[in-house]
Design a protein around this ligand. Structure first.
Ligand code: SF4
Length: 334
């Protein structure tokens, strides 16, 4: 289904490596690969979910796409004027022009807005810098009012300060602030995890409606599998900086293939009375990314680990149509 759709962003062999800080005379520490050789395509108008435990590299991947971090290697090919442009190799002018087309909504709605700026000021500055509203202050004010109405807030709220709003209202303001820039892609980095459950549902429904109305594409990062399932058309599961499984949302939840995905899904509560699922408890902790395991990154915790898994890293390959998995269990021995 997705293959016939237009690719908006093509991530090619993206790697993000950090060199940890060291004190004077301290020996050089090994680098940390937060994202390791990730390749995937995101289609226009879809919600692409990324799920995994804390520290798996999902937020780092999102920050690389929005260019808050500069990847060590790889390409970020973004569709603009029917042309795929590498976001990492643009001249300053094109890079600036494309910035507004990729927006981000952060996890913490309290830290996302400057407390000394009114909502209007917070919206207005990036709009003015990018020439949105054709340089007219009145037009920008009207656009801000419309954006607030779209997220079910009163237009007069633009003259208030962030502390006058609840967490849920602030996150709606952040979504409106991203949308007013008329983006093609919004990176949603755990946008509901800091909110109460009842407010989470409201915001998720609002985001789905806004996507239907505007056609914007979401790159939706979360650790809560139920939230990701509800929001996403396709989902990638990340473990220790690698994508270990990628499939349509329905297929992934109905037939998880990778042992890590199976363990994650076994921990999701079932909303059916008296129905019980067998929980797969993983042994050990997530290994340190400073000293990742050889071969398959999941092998020290995998109940199906074979000798081959300890020396050979499995490649993410299509096993069924549109369902990719990185695991030797599904490959013939070469
Ligand atoms: Fe487990 Fe081997 Fe598959 Fe890795 S490659 S998930 S260790 S079976």
């Amino acid at each position: 289904m997705a293959e016939n759709r237009e690719i908006l962003l093509s991530i090619r062999h993206l790697t993000m490596e950090y060199q940890p800080n060291r004190r004077l005379f301290e020996k050089k520490k090994p680098s940390v690969k937060a994202v390791s050789d990730v390749s995937l395509d995101i289609y226009s108008g879809e919600t692409f979910g990324v799920v995994g435990e804390s520290g798996c590299g999902k937020t780092t991947l999102g920050k690389c796409i929005v260019r808050l971090l500069k990847p060590t290697e790889g390409e970020l090919l973004f569709r603009d004027d029917e042309e795929m442009k590498d976001l990492l190799k643009l001249d300053r002018k094109t890079s600036f022009a494309l910035r507004r087309k990729i927006q981000i909504v952060f996890q913490d709605p309290y830290a996302s807005l400057n407390p000394v700026h009114t909502i209007r000021e917070a919206f207005d500055e990036p709009m003015r810098v990018h020439g949105i509203g054709g340089g007219s202050r009145e037009k920008r004010t009207q656009m801000i009012a419309d954006a607030l109405k779209r997220v079910n807030l009163q237009p007069e709220y633009m003259y208030r300060y962030p502390h006058e709003f609840s967490g849920g209202q602030r996150q709606r303001i952040c979504v409106a602030k991203a949308l007013v820039m008329e983006p093609k892609l919004i990176i949603c980095d755990e946008p509901v995890s800091a909110l109460d459950v009842s407010i989470q549902a409201q915001l998720l429904n609002l985001m789905r409606r806004l996507q239907r109305e505007t056609g914007v594409t979401f790159f939706f990062i979360a650790h809560d599998l139920s939230v990701v399932q509800y929001m996403s058309d396709r989902i990638a599961v990340m473990y220790l900086g690698n994508i270990v499984e990628l499939a349509d949302s329905e297929a992934l939840y109905a037939h998880p293939m990778h042992p890590y995905t199976q363990a994650l899904l076994s921990a999701v509560p079932v909303p059916v009375l008296h129905e019980k699922k067998e929980r797969i408890v993983l042994k050990g902790d997530v290994p340190s990314p400073m000293n990742p395991p050889t071969g398959c990154p999941f092998h020290p915790r995998c109940a199906h680990c074979m000798e081959r898994c300890k020396r050979e890293k499995p490649i993410l390959q299509e096993d069924m149509e549109g369902h990719l998995v990185a695991c030797h269990l599904y490959r013939e021995k070469e």
